[in-house]
Write a protein that binds this ligand. Structure first.
Ligand code: NAD
Length: 491
């Protein structure tokens, strides 16, 4: 059932999977290549869904909605549990595919598999909690009247995801959507869609009825067509702020519900009392994990003056020891960027920032194993001007900036001087100071002395240009439900 695409010579992904059936494209010339990010080689092709296929996928989801919505939550939960188990039992092939298309080192690819399985498992658990799906009585002042609140699935959801954590972002949407009783049309990123095709095969193998999960391939134009389809009730979008703004505009036409998980430009703050070795470990992970291609990248590092020199010396040693290379390489700790276009975009931004006066403090290195893939060495910028593009804009690659500060007020002001507001990290030995930072930093999630830990129980989402709504947790489930009420004569 589940084909290991990586074993085939050159695979071709169908344009769409609609109600359990693969649909080929009549227009081979619209196919786009899928690359191995570490070698640059074409490993397969992805057909693009036509307007008619997008329409058919949405209609299939719409047709499957009444039965799926009426399915007991516990039964939906059993299927989610089965999906989680199948993700685990297909761990190697899922990780292998991520290593191929994204070049993720094995430990990063493995983390993604674990996160996706944990997300399906968590929502399977919520489905077993009957109270979450049952009507709730509201205590009213007039006892001749009863009030009730209840939740009903929103309907057909379009799930549109990027390429940086394809399986994870898909799981964060798919699991709560299915738990809530929504049917879906998934549009993966055109760069990493083989991962979602494997996931879709797993979902079918778990026994999710045909039509509940449909998939269409293509780029932004295909995503845009989904967002304007009149039978789509909800759009859950993860991607850039620029695309998110277009999605929100498209959604406004029919007042479609939206969840938008967008960009970031987050800060990591190192107070004078911080353990510097620990702070450097968090800075390396926050800026260079997944080759810096993280919405949550803490690429603005703020370091107290008193420990700045020590921090920079330790950081330099750590950055110079990052081993960049293909996932097959021994000791590799950082992979390539996802595509040549993304690497060129990051390098152009870096050049723009340097031209405007930013100075490179130190950088990592590339060896001959990086000759053909989309690799870039990690780069650290010291004390960029407040209006330098590297300080203000999301780079989405392995470029971090470090700035010094003297007071907590200054650090908080610098950290909050952005229109984004996704996450922040604080490193300090002072619990009281941590509490102040937690409440004053403008971010959806604040980590205190920890790496970027993510749990399905803890909601994810940002303020300002970082998006609208929350994924994961109970709020993630509720975002695929409409809150409704009834008032009745008690007699
Ligand atoms: P992108 O906006 O270019 O594309 C994201 C997805 O949207 C892709 O599937 C793309 O084909 C589709 N798309 C593009 N234009 C569209 C449109 N007008 N209508 C509908 N769909 C459209 O982003 P990307 O380059 O793939 O991903 C990187 C961005 O994603 C970064 O800005 C990053 O911060 C963000 N991101 C955010 C989170 C989060 O949780 N906040 C997580 C991961 C990535």
């Amino acid at each position: 059932m589940l084909t290991l695409l990586a074993e085939e010579k050159l695979f071709t992904l169908p344009a769409a999977t609609i109600a359990g059936h693969a649909h080929q494209s009549a227009h081979a010339d619209t196919s786009t290549p899928i690359h191995n990010a570490s070698t640059g080689a074409t490993i397969g092709w992805q057909q693009q869904a036509s307007a008619a296929q997008i329409d058919a996928a949405v209609r299939a989801a719409h047709a499957a909605l009444p039965a799926w919505r009426a399915t007991a939550a516990a039964t939906r939960g059993d299927l989610l549990k089965k999906i989680a188990e199948l993700i685990e039992s297909n761990r190697d092939r899922l990780a292998e595919m991520q290593m191929q298309v994204s070049g993720k080192p094995p430990f990063e690819a493995g983390l993604d598999v674990s996160d996706a399985a944990a997300t399906f498992d968590y929502y399977a658990g919520l489905c077993r909690d009957a109270a979450l799906f049952a009507p709730e009585a509201i205590d009213l002042p007039d006892h001749t009247i009863t009030g009730e609140r209840f939740y009903e699935s929103v309907g057909v959801a379009a799930l549109i995801v990027p390429w940086n954590f394809p399986m994870v972002t898909t799981a964060w949407k798919m699991a709560p959507a299915l738990a809530a009783g929504c049917t879906v049309v998934l549009k993966p990123s055109e760069f990493t869609s083989p991962v979602e095709h494997l996931l879709a095969a797993i979902i079918a193998e778990a026994g999710v009825p045909d039509g509940v999960v449909n998939l269409v391939n293509g780029g932004g134009a295909v995503g845009a067509q989904l967002t304007t389809h009149p039978l789509i009730d909800k759009i859950s979008f993860t991607g850039s702020t620029a695309s998110g703004q277009k999605v929100m505009q498209a959604a406004a036409q029919d007042m479609k519900r939206v969840t938008l998980e967008l960009g970031g430009k987050s800060a990591l703050i190192v107070r004078a009392d911080a353990d510097i070795e620990g702070a450097v470990t968090l800075a390396v992970g926050g800026a260079f994990a997944n080759a810096g291609q993280m919405c949550s990248a803490t690429a603005r590092i703020l370091v107290h003056d008193d420990v700045y020199r020590k921090f920079m010396a330790t950081f330099e040693t750590a950055v110079r020891s990052i081993v960049v290379g293909p996932p097959t390489g021994a000791d590799v700790t950082m992979g390539p960027l996802v595509s040549a276009a993304q690497r060129d975009r990051v390098q152009t931004l870096l050049a723009q920032g340097v031209d405007a006066g930013a100075s490179v403090a130190f950088s990592g290195q590339l060896d001959s194993a990086c000759a053909n893939g989309f690799f870039m060495a990690p780069v650290v910028i010291a004390e960029p001007a407040a209006d330098n593009v590297l300080w203000t804009d999301e780079v989405f690659g392995p470029v971090a900036c470090v700035k010094s500060f003297r007071t907590d007020e200054e650090a908080i002001a610098l950290a909050n001087d952005t229109r984004y507001g996704l996450v922040a990290t604080v490193v300090t030995a002072d619990k009281e100071a941590a509490r102040r930072y937690k409440s004053q930093l403008r971010a959806g999630l604040v980590w205190i002395n920890t790496p970027q830990l993510i749990f399905p129980q803890v909601c994810w989402g940002g303020l300002g240009l970082s998006g609208i709504g929350r994924e994961l947790g109970l709020a993630g489930l509720r975002s695929y439900q409409e809150l409704r009420h009834a008032i009745a004569d008690a007699n």
